[in-house]
Design a protein. Structure first.
Length: 515
């Protein structure tokens, strides 16, 4: 696969400088650490392109690590989908596939080490009681009555937690840091919780699971990650990660944060995407209107276009909103170079050539002439309307002398795309628009739920369209340019005998003009 040229950004500058100075003995190890509790979206693509891209450009390696610490929400389906998406984007992790669950025993020993050092304790308070005692941004928290338990008691209770003696939520293990810390993440955060749930890899071996904030940094350390690259929302968590690493005295990865991708007229929260799927507002994670990579792939977005988009928007430290048109422009640029051309009529009007076998067309008026693409000039002589006044049929004559090229001096203003009804392939076309009517769903008006801002016209199904017969062999997911209409790709979902084509993008950005 060809590698697109990369623009230098602050992350790449840091990596280049570290390698130049032989930091970490000249090693470069990054990682992409998704939680397998949903499908990846375009925001993840930015992180994938950055982590895998930096490693590939500088001769390093990038790990694909699944942070599978919550068995209640994780499924093998999501793991398989994540691997498919990363591979589809053009990146290869080789032998570097890892799971946090592989480190459960080591993480348990790390937690025990902190207890022995007086840096962790078992908590009896409920989650709500801990929240109430945590304090606020302007008021210090209150120490738990369990904070001064003896090391021996904490070791005993933690082992009994592991052995399954307590119910879900009955106890947690907390770090003993500082309940008055300005950074709320340092106010004795939870390290382990009890979950009697089957894990997709470890089965029923464990009933206690590490919290993300405890497992994340130590997993990086175990894998000897040199550059832990993540989005800005984790910046306030970095002091906690560093505290754990320092107390344990283990290899210290360095974390760097960049601005996440905010794409207009959609949602990027995994929780909100899950809600759209669970409440059937969309047909699934792969609905072509979703910002998921599987949805974009089904719609016909090329992987190269997404990589180009991620490069074009750049890597910075300030959050910003990117208009959907930027992504669609990258898709058009790619498809204009690679998509084969084909004929398809989406809103058909029957054209009867009264002095020739029947063919068909789209705009034509009585007494006017147009050329059928790559065929004759025809002239409209009559038309037929239905009971609502809609034109359903045109009667035309053709000029046999105009096949291929018109005689000198003979000109027409229009050229019409068409297909032969006798040979055409009947297809269903689905046209998609923005999933939401506002640029920032859920944030535009106070008290308005993001679901209420969905675009009711985001999907249009046109069941009776006609395409040239060659499209019967169209490969699923490969876009074609339907002349004068846009880019479309065959879909594998159909409730009828007709082949389904999803519109990938229009030929030009009609959305910007409409706003």
């Amino acid at each position: 696969m060809s590698t697109e040229p990369q623009t230098k950004d602050f992350i790449r500058n840091i990596v280049a400088e570290d390698l130049k100075n032989n930091k970490n003995d000249g090693r470069l190890v990054t990682r992409f650490p998704p939680e397998p509790n949903g499908y990846l979206h375009i925001g993840h693509a930015k992180s994938i392109c950055l982590n895998f891209g930096v490693a590939r450009e500088q001769g390093g390696v990038c790990h694909l690590r699944f942070d599978d610490t919550n068995p209640v929400k994780e499924e093998t389906e999501f793991i398989d989908a994540i691997k498919t998406d990363v591979s589809w984007l053009g990146f290869d992790w080789g032998e570097n596939e890892y799971y946090t669950s592989s480190y459960f025993e080591q993480l348990y020993q790390f937690a025990t080490q902190l207890i022995r050092a007086g840096k962790a304790y078992v908590e009896d308070l409920s989650g709500e009681e801990m929240r109430q005692m945590r304090g606020t941004l302007t008021q210090a928290g209150t120490n738990s009555p369990c904070r001064e338990r003896s090391i021996e008691d904490n070791l005993d209770l933690f082992e009994r937690m592991r052995n399954g003696e307590f119910g879900n939520g009955e106890k947690v293990l907390r770090a003993k840091i500082d309940m008055a810390a300005p950074n709320m993440n340092l106010r004795d955060p939870a390290m382990y919780r009890i979950l009697h749930a089957h894990h997709h890899r470890t089965g029923n071996e464990w009933c206690i699971y590490p919290m993300y904030d405890f497992a994340h940094g130590q997993s990086d350390s175990i894998e000897q990650i040199t550059h832990s690259i993540c989005t800005l929302e984790f910046a306030d968590h970095r002091p906690l990660y560093d505290w754990f690493i320092e107390q344990l005295g283990i290899f210290a990865p360095r974390q760097y944060e960049f601005a996440r991708l905010n794409l207009g007229y959609t949602v990027m929260s995994k929780r909100k995407l899950q809600q759209l799927v669970a409440q059937n507002h969309v047909s699934g994670w792969d609905d072509p209107r979703m910002p998921t990579l599987v949805g974009m792939r089904r719609r016909g977005f090329p992987a190269r276009a997404i990589r180009t988009f991620c490069e074009r928007i750049g890597v910075g430290k300030s959050d910003s909103w990117i208009d959907m048109s930027v992504l669609e422009d990258c898709v058009r640029e790619q498809l204009n170079e690679t998509a084969p051309r084909a004929m398809c009529v989406i809103d058909p009007i029957k054209v009867v050539i009264t002095d020739y076998p029947p063919k068909k067309f789209f705009r034509l008026g009585p007494g006017r002439e147009v050329r059928l693409r790559n065929s004759y000039i025809i002239k409209c002589n009559d038309f037929i309307c239905d009971e609502h006044g809609k034109i359903t049929e045109l009667h035309c004559t053709h000029d046999a002398a105009t096949l291929g090229a018109a005689p000198e001096g003979r000109k027409v203003k229009g050229i019409i795309h068409w297909v032969s009804q006798a040979h055409a392939l009947k297809v269903e076309v689905r046209q998609y628009d923005r999933l939401f009517n506002v640029e920032s769903p859920g944030a535009s008006k106070e008290g308005v739920d993001f679901i209420d801002e969905m675009n009711p016209d985001s999907k249009e199904i046109i069941p009776c369209c006609y395409a040239e017969p060659s499209l019967a062999n169209a490969e699923i997911g490969v876009p074609y340019q339907f002349e004068r209409l846009g880019y479309f790709c065959a879909d594998n979902e159909s409730k009828s005998d007709a082949l389904v084509f999803n519109r990938t993008v229009t030929l030009r950005d009609s959305w910007q003009k409409a706003k």
